[in-house]
Ligand binder design. Structure first.
Ligand SMILES: Cc1cc2nc3c(=O)[nH]c(=O)nc-3n(C[C@H](O)[C@H](O)[C@H](O)COP(=O)(O)OP(=O)(O)OC[C@H]3O[C@@H](n4cnc5c(N)ncnc54)[C@H](O)[C@@H]3O)c2cc1C
Length: 243
């Protein structure tokens, strides 16, 4: 059996969805780059852990894709497995604690907590990321950081074991969650109850304004976005209005 065939067979035993030669460009913000040889969607925490074990046993490189806002994919594509945790998208509340799967977008997490009167996560408003990518990269804004109200992180380590790390176990650095090769599966946060809705901008336009990239980030990442104030695409070709 060749390398791909044995990987295909092994992943067939694991609770994941597997596809081959999947274009990665549409899954990143800059929208460039080639396909991944194998693309795995983990459906459960165990599926993610089993994928780690399988890749380790077969000595196949494993890469994790979050929201794709801090990734550049090579034109030649990516060998081995690219795993997405986008299906780990549960949000579970218990009092002021909230547990979010790695695939939950920060925007959904903030909306979810704001709607139930919990504060603390809105400091991340404006960062395009999912929970896993934000923890891995220690996303920050002027208002605060990913780790501010973080209570614990559920990870799968490089042997495929699922573990819970408490906040005190973690030593995040600048734009680095300090987790090394661990893969983030879930984060738990200790929010605070607020009598008014948390301070995230309430209207979509105010939130869009808050999420507009700074010129230097936009230039560095090549990110382009349509904003509510942008002129329509064909405005330059219109004749000037009669005076
Ligand atoms: C327009 C724009 C604005 C931005 N503004 C900010 C900002 O204000 N503050 C800021 O800090 N950053 C900012 N960024 C950068 C980016 O949003 C952050 O780095 C973010 O944390 C990336 O998250 P992601 O989910 O998109 O991860 P991805 O880009 O998909 O992945 C980034 C890295 O994290 C790894 N990773 C992803 N998921 C996991 C996981 N579950 N477990 C382990 N590793 C994982 C990936 O393998 C990769 O190495 C901005 C980017 C853009 C394009």
């Amino acid at each position: 059996m060749n390398h791909s065939a044995s990987l295909r067979a092994a992943l067939g035993e694991v609770p994941v969805v597997v596809r081959e030669s999947v274009a990665l460009a549409p899954l990143t913000h800059v929208r460039i780059g080639g396909p991944s040889a194998f693309f795995v969607e983990a459906l459960t925490l165990d599926g993610a852990a089993a994928t780690v074990r399988t890749c380790r046993e077969l000595d196949v490189p494993l890469h994790v894709l979050g929201g794709g806002s801090n990734l550049l994919v090579a034109d030649g594509g990516v060998e081995g497995v690219v795993m997405t945790l986008s299906r780990l998208d549960s949000l579970v509340r218990d009092g002021t604690a909230i547990a979010a799967g790695a695939g939950v977008s920060l925007a959904s997490l903030m909306r979810g907590t704001r709607e139930i009167g919990l504060a603390g996560l809105e400091v991340l408003c404006g960062v395009p990321a999912v929970v896993g990518g934000a923890v891995a990269m220690n996303a920050v804004t002027r208002g605060g950081s990913t780790f501010d109200v973080l209570a614990s992180v559920t990870i799968v380590d490089d042997t495929g074991e699922i573990r819970v790390l408490e906040r005190g176990d973690l030593t995040p650095g600048y734009r680095d969650g300090g987790l090394g090769d661990f893969i983030v599966l879930e984060r738990s946060s200790s929010c605070t109850k607020t009598t008014r809705r948390a301070s995230m901008p309430a209207s979509p336009i105010r939130c869009a304004a808050a999420m507009r990239p700074s010129p230097c980030l936009a230039a560095a990442s090549g990110a382009c976005s349509r904003t509510p104030t942008a002129p329509p695409p064909d405005s330059s070709s219109r004749p000037p209005a009669a005076s």
